[in-house]
Design a protein around this ligand. Structure first.
Ligand code: GTP
Length: 212
């Protein structure tokens, strides 16, 4: 099975739930209290897409503006950017638009942009109307989904939608037979702490053999 490594970065205001989305996607868990991300960290997660295996290299970035100058270092060269806002906070929707502008100015045209309206489990205190966000996403050709890292709603679907937008490898484009295994370290002294500034203790082994 051909394997593709896809760099995906999550961007958005502080507290919108970037780390929580990653934690839900990679560990299927949720924490009510998280520490702010310091700088950035990454984690791997693989998912099959048709005849390919997509190995996501997911970068979580800090939403706090004191880290803003560092962020281009992390999103540069990404296949996809997931811009997250909190449906209960208008200011986070305005920040999302700034991110779109920045990506359009500095990244190649074919970068896949996905917008996640997170915390949709709190829709009774919603500030940003669903239709408005959807129309905006459509106007810029972005994927749009409302998500909840808390309930897990649309989290896997978000990454699936990204996978489906990645053009398939052209024939003879360096295909390899690959088997991939995700495993956790045998000894873990404490549970992973989302937002602690480290990658989660998830490692990937890849075994490749060239096609005849
Ligand atoms: P920074 O690291 O500061 O950029 O924040 P972040 O965007 O990574 O947010 P984080 O994942 O740390 O979540 C912030 C807070 O929102 C935490 O208290 C989470 O438990 C909470 N949270 C995240 N996602 C959801 C969600 O889908 N629903 C609800 N109700 N709370 C959420």
């Amino acid at each position: 099975m051909p394997i593709r490594e896809l760099k995906v970065c999550l961007l958005g205001d502080s507290d919108v739930g970037k780390t929580s989305i990653i934690y839900r996607f990679t560990k299927d868990r949720f924490e009510h209290t998280t520490k702010p991300t310091i700088g950035a960290f990454f984690v791997y997660k693989a998912m099959s897409c048709g005849k390919e295996l997509h190995k996501f290299l997911i970068w979580d970035t800090a939403g706090h503006e004191r880290f803003a100058d560092l962020l281009p270092m992390y999103y540069r060269g990404s296949t996809a950017a997931v811009i997250v806002y909190d449906i209960t906070r208008w200011s986070s929707f305005h920040t999302l638009k700034k991110w779109v502008q920045e990506l359009k100015e500095h990244e190649p045209e074919d970068i896949i942009i996905a917008i996640a309206g997170n915390k949709c489990d709190l829709s009774d205190v919603r500030k940003v109307p669903l239709e408005m966000a959807k129309d905006y996403a459509e106007s810029i050709g972005a994927i749009y989904l409302e998500t909840s890292a808390k309930s897990g709603h649309n989290i896997t679907e978000l990454f699936k939608a990204i996978s489906q937008r990645v053009p398939p490898l052209s024939p003879g484009g360096g295909e390899k037979n690959v088997s991939i295994k995700l495993h956790e370290p045998k000894q873990r002294h404490s549970p992973p702490s989302p937002g602690a500034g480290n990658s989660y203790p998830l490692t990937v082994s890849v075994h490749e053999s060239t096609k005849d």
